[in-house]
Design a protein around this ligand. Structure first.
Ligand code: 3H9
Length: 690
C-alpha cells in the first residue's frame, strides 16, 4: 500500500475490503488515490479474491478531492484515472456511502459497479460552489445514472440529495440499515454468488435520451440566469454537458478534465476556495478549545419583539430552543408574535416545515410582559432601541433578575458593549450577539467579546451559533464592530460622491454590477433613510437628510432615492433636482465619474478600514473580515471578500488610489506596510497563525 496511515486491506473470505481512513473527511489526496489504485490491482491479482468492497472509516465517505492540493502541481495518480481504474476492474467493486459522498467522492462511487448508502447519506457534486466543474467523470457518469435533466441541476447548482432520492433516481442500488460495512459485505457475497458481472456506468446510455436536446440546456440557463449571474462555473458546466453528452465517453471525460483545470486556475475558483476555508477558519479562536468549559443553553429569553427581536426568537425556535419573548406593551408583543406566526405559516405553506413541526415550534414560544421571566433563561438577548441609556437600563434590570450563570447578550449594532456591561455586577457574562436582518435567515452572527467576557461565555456563544446554523465571526468592541464600521465608511463615501457629482443611480448600478445584491442608495431606501433622523435633529448637511426633509424616507413610504411604483424602484427626477440644488448651495461644481472611479471609491476605503480593523485587533484575521461581508452583506462570493479581493487587485495599487483620493483616505499603516513589503492579507493571516 502507498501509505498505511490512510488505508488498509482487510479480508472477509473471498471479499477484499479496502478501508480508507484519512480523517477528518477522507478527502481524496494523493495517498488515498494511490491506495485505491493499489487496492484494485491487488484484488485483481489475487486469485483468492472474488470482489472488492471500498469502505470509508470515520465520520464520512470521501468528501471530495483534497481542495488543499489545488494550488499545487497535481501528483499522479490523477483522480479520473483512479475512477477509470476502479470501473475497469474485472472483479466487481462494491462501495457503501455514509455521511457525505461529494465531488470526487461521488465520482469514485459512480466508478464502482454497485453503490449502497445509509439512510442519512448525502450525495452531490458541489464543485460549482468552489468555482470548478467535476474533474473525474462526474458530468458524464451522473447523467448516465439519473438522467440528463436532474444531473444538470445537481451539477450546476451543487446541492446534494439524500439517500431516498438517490435510490429513487437510480444513483444507488440500495439503502442499507445497520452496520454499513457488514451490509456491503453481504451485498458483495450475493453479487459473487449470483455471478453478477461488473456493471460499468460509462457503458450505459439508457438514460441519455435528452443528451441531444439543446432546448433543455437553453431553458435551464434561461431559468437560472439570475442565480448564475457573475459566475463562470455554472455556464461552463452547462456548455460542457451540452457539448459532450453525445460524444464517446473517453473524449467527453478528456474535455471535462480540460474544463476543470481551466476553471481551477481561474480567479473565481481561487476566491471561492478562499471563502470555503475562511468560513471554517473563523470558527477557530485562539485560547478557546474543546477543554474550555461550556454553559448549557436550552432556554433563551429575547427582550424586544420588534423586527430584530422576533427574527432572533425565530432563529432559536426553528433550531429547537425554548424562547421567552419579552416586551413592555401588549401591542408590541402581539406584533412580534404575529410576525413569528406568519413566518411559521409561510414555512408550512411552502413545504419547508410540517404542520406538526410548526405547532411544536410555536409551543416552544412564551410571549410575556413580565420582565422577571428572564430568571428562567440560560441566555438573554436584548434587542431593544439602539440607545445607550435604554440598553444600560435593561442590563441593570437583568443584573437583578437573571440567573448568576446566565449569558447576557446584546444585539447592539454600534454601541460600546464594555459600557453596557459596566452597569452589571458580572461583566464577564456579557457578550455581543449581533444578528443581521432578517435574523432568522441571514447566516452571519458577529460575536463581540468585551474586555471582560469570559472564555467560557465566548465558547458557549460559538457553539450556540453552530446550533442555530449561523456562521460566527469573533470581533472586539469598536464603533460598528467589523461589518457596520466598514459600511459606515462606504456611507460617507456615498455622500461624498453624490456631492461631487455622481448620480445615486450610477453608484447603485456600478456596485450591483460588481455583484452586490443592492447598491448603497437602494440599501438606504430599504433600511429607511430616517433611521436616527428627526426633523428637530436634522442638520440638512447630507443628501440623506435632505431626502428625509422631503419626507422621502425610503421604501416604506414609497419614496427615497427612488420612487417606488408597485414596490419597484424608479429613478426620481425630483431627487436629481434636489441633489443639483444641494451642490449649488454648497458651491460645488459637479464633475462626472467613470464607473471604474466609482467602484474604487465604493471598495478601496472599505478595504482600508478593514486593514485598520485588523491592525487594531478588532478582527482576528483578514479572512474573518471576508466572512463577515460574504455572510452578512451579500458580498459576491466569487471575489472572496473585500480583503481577499484587495490582495488580488494588489495592495500597492490600492495605496496609490487612496492617496489619489485625498484627505480622509489616508492608507492604514498596516496596508502601507504590507504593500511596501510586497506582502498580502493572506500572507499576514498565515504569519499570524491563521
Ligand atoms: C472535487 O472533488 C473536485 C473533483 O470533482 C475533481 C478532482 C480531479 N478538501 O466542513 P467541516 C476539511 S472538489 C480538503 O468543518 P463538517 C475542512 O477544511 C471537492 N479539506 O466538517 C475542515 O478542516 P479543519 C468537492 C477538506 O462535518 C475539516 O475538513 N467537495 C475538504 O461540517 C472538516 O470540515 C466539497 O466541496 C476537502 N474537500 O462538513 C465538499 N472538505 O478542521 C467540501 C472538508 O482544518 N466539504 N475539509 O478546519 C464539505 O462540504 C464539508 O466539509 C462536509 C463535512 C459536508 C464534508
Amino acid at each position: 500500500m502507498a501509505d498505511e496511515q490512510v488505508a488498509r486491506i482487510e479480508r472477509d473470505g473471498a471479499i477484499a475490503i479496502c478501508v480508507i481512513d484519512s480523517p477528518p473527511v477522507n478527502a481524496l489526496g494523493q495517498a488515498v488515490r494511490q491506495a485505491l489504485v493499489d487496492a484494485v490491482a491487488q484484488a485483481n491479482a489475487d486469485a483468492a479474491v472474488d470482489a472488492l468492497v471500498i469502505h470509508c472509516a470515520g465520520r464520512t465517505y470521501f468528501a471530495g478531492a483534497d481542495v488543499r492540493e489545488f494550488g499545487k502541481p497535481p501528483v499522479p495518480p490523477h483522480l479520473p484515472d483512479v475512477v477509470n481504474t476502479i470501473e475497469a476492474s474485472a472483479k466487481p467493486v462494491i462501495t457503501v456511502i455514509h455521511g457525505s459522498a461529494l465531488g470526487g467522492g461521488l465520482e469514485v462511487a459512480m466508478g464502482c459497479h454497485f453503490r449502497l448508502a445509509t439512510p442519512a447519506a448525502k450525495m452531490g457534486l458541489p464543485e460549482v460552489t468552489l468555482g470548478i466543474m467535476p474533474g473525474a467523470g462526474g458530468t458524464q457518469r451522473l447523467p448516465r445514472l439519473i438522467g440528463v435533466a436532474k444531473a444538470l441541476e445537481m451539477t450546476a447548482h451543487g446541492a446534494p440529495i439524500g439517500a431516498a432520492e438517490a435510490k429513487e433516481l437510480g444513483l444507488v442500488d440500495a439503502i442499507v440499515e445497520g452496520d454499513p460495512l457488514q451490509a456491503a459485505l453481504e451485498f458483495a457475497r450475493t453479487v459473487v454468488a449470483d455471478g453478477t458481472q461488473p456493471r460499468r456506468t460509462s457503458e450505459r446510455d439508457d438514460k441519455l435520451g435528452d443528451a441531444g436536446n439543446a432546448a433543455l440546456f437553453d431553458e435551464f440557463l434561461a431559468k437560472n440566469a439570475r442565480k448564475f449571474r457573475g459566475l463562470d462555473a455554472p455556464a461552463a458546466i452547462v456548455a460542457l454537458m451540452r457539448k459532450t453528452l453525445t460524444m464517446p465517453f473517453a473524449e467527453a471525460v478528456r474535455l471535462e478534465r480540460e474544463g476543470f483545470l481551466a476553471l481551477r486556475e481561474g480567479p473565481q475558483s481561487k476566491a471561492l476556495r478562499h471563502a470555503f476555508f475562511a468560513e471554517r477558519e473563523a470558527a477557530k479562536v485562539p485560547g478557546i478549545g474543546k477543554d474550555t468549559p461550556r454553559l448549557k443553553i436550552e432556554k433563551v429569553a429575547v427582550i424586544g419583539a420588534g423586527t430584530m427581536g422576533s427574527g432572533i426568537a425565530l432563529a432559536f425556535l426553528q433550531s429547537g430552543f425554548e424562547v421567552i419573548l419579552i416586551e413592555v406593551a401588549q401591542a408590541g408583543l402581539d406584533r412580534g408574535v404575529t410576525t413569528i406566526d406568519k413566518t411559521l405559516a409561510k414555512n408550512v405553506a411552502q413545504g419547508r416545515m410540517s404542520e406538526d413541526k410548526a405547532a411544536r415550534t410555536r409551543n416552544a414560544l412564551t410571549p410575556t410582559l413580565e420582565f422577571e421571566k428572564v430568571a428562567e433563561a440560560d441566555l438573554v438577548i436584548e434587542a431593544v432601541f439602539e440607545l445607550m441609556e435604554v440598553k444600560q437600563d435593561i442590563f441593570r434590570k437583568l443584573d437583578l433578575h437573571a440567573r448568576p450563570d446566565a449569558i447576557l447578550a446584546t444585539n447592539t449594532s454600534y454601541l460600546d458593549i464594555n459600557e453596557i456591561a459596566s452597569v452589571t455586577s458580572r461583566p464577564q457574562q456579557v457578550i455581543g450577539l449581533h444578528f443581521f436582518s432578517p435574523a432568522n435567515i441571514m447566516k452571519l452572527l458577529e460575536v463581540v467579546r468585551t474586555d471582560k467576557t469570559s472564555d467560557s461565555v465566548l465558547a458557549s456563544a460559538l457553539d450556540l451559533a453552530k446550533a442555530i446554523r449561523k456562521v460566527a465571526v469573533v470581533a472586539r468592541v469598536c464603533y460598528g464592530f467589523i461589518g457596520n464600521r466598514m459600511l459606515s465608511v462606504r456611507r460617507v463615501e456615498t455622500e461624498a460622491l453624490l456631492l461631487a457629482g455622481a448620480s445615486p443611480y450610477d453608484l447603485d448600478r456600478v456596485v450591483e454590477g460588481f455583484g452586490m445584491a443592492m447598491g448603497p442608495c437602494r440599501i438606504g431606501d430599504l433600511a429607511g433613510l430616517d433611521l436616527g433622523w428627526t426633523p428637530e435633529n436634522s442638520t440638512g448637511n447630507t443628501v440623506k437628510e435632505r431626502l428625509c426633509e422631503m419626507d422621502r424616507r425610503g421604501m416604506k413610504n414609497g419614496a427615497g432615492f427612488y420612487d417606488y411604483v408597485d414596490g419597484k424602484p424608479q429613478e426620481s427626477p425630483a431627487v436629481l433636482t434636489m441633489i443639483d440644488a444641494f451642490r449649488a448651495e454648497k458651491g460645488v461644481t459637479p464633475r462626472s465619474f467613470g464607473d471604474e472611479e466609482i467602484l474604487q471609491h465604493m471598495l478601496y476605503p472599505m478595504m482600508n478600514e478593514g486593514a485598520k480593523i485588523l491592525e487594531e485587533g478588532i478582527a482576528l484575521r483578514a479572512s474573518d473580515i471576508d466572512v463577515v461581508w460574504l455572510f452578512g452583506y451579500g458580498w459576491p462570493r466569487w471575489t472572496g471578500g473585500p480583503m481577499f479581493l484587495a490582495d488580488q487587485i494588489g495592495l500597492p495599487a490600492i495605496v496609490e488610489a487612496l492617496e489619489r483620493m485625498g484627505p480622509g483616505h489616508e492608507p492604514a499603516a498596516l496596508l502601507r506596510r504590507l504593500a511596501a513589503e510586497g506582502s498580502s492579507f493572506v500572507e499576514y493571516d498565515k504569519a499570524n497563525g491563521g
